[in-house]
Design a protein around this ligand. Structure first.
Ligand SMILES: [Zn+2]
Length: 85
């Protein structure tokens, strides 16, 4: 190593430090990406297919999350949603 860097061990050490920082940054970046993807997957898997909003007219309990009207009686529903992503 001493021969490779022409005897400049300080430069060799800073090179190793840079490689270490790059490695750690890569691992942290990969972890953040993985956690984000996992959370998105969990969100999709555990999101209920239907929401429990009782209809005022016919008292039907479960509706599609994006429903505007009750599918049984056609009453206008007021399902709160998070809006578009
Ligand atoms: Zn209804």
């Amino acid at each position: 190593m001493r021969e490779f860097y022409g005897g400049d061990t300080r430069r060799a050490h800073s090179f190793h430090f840079a490689v270490l920082v790059f490695d750690v940054a890569t691992v942290v970046f990969a972890m953040i990406c993985g956690v984000t993807l996992f959370l998105r997957l969990a969100q999709v898997v555990f999101r209920p297919y239907k929401v429990r909003i009782p209809c005022d007219v016919c008292d039907l309990q479960r509706h599609e999350p994006d429903a505007v009207h009750c599918k049984a009686c056609g009453n206008l529903l007021n399902i709160p949603d998070e809006g578009a992503y």
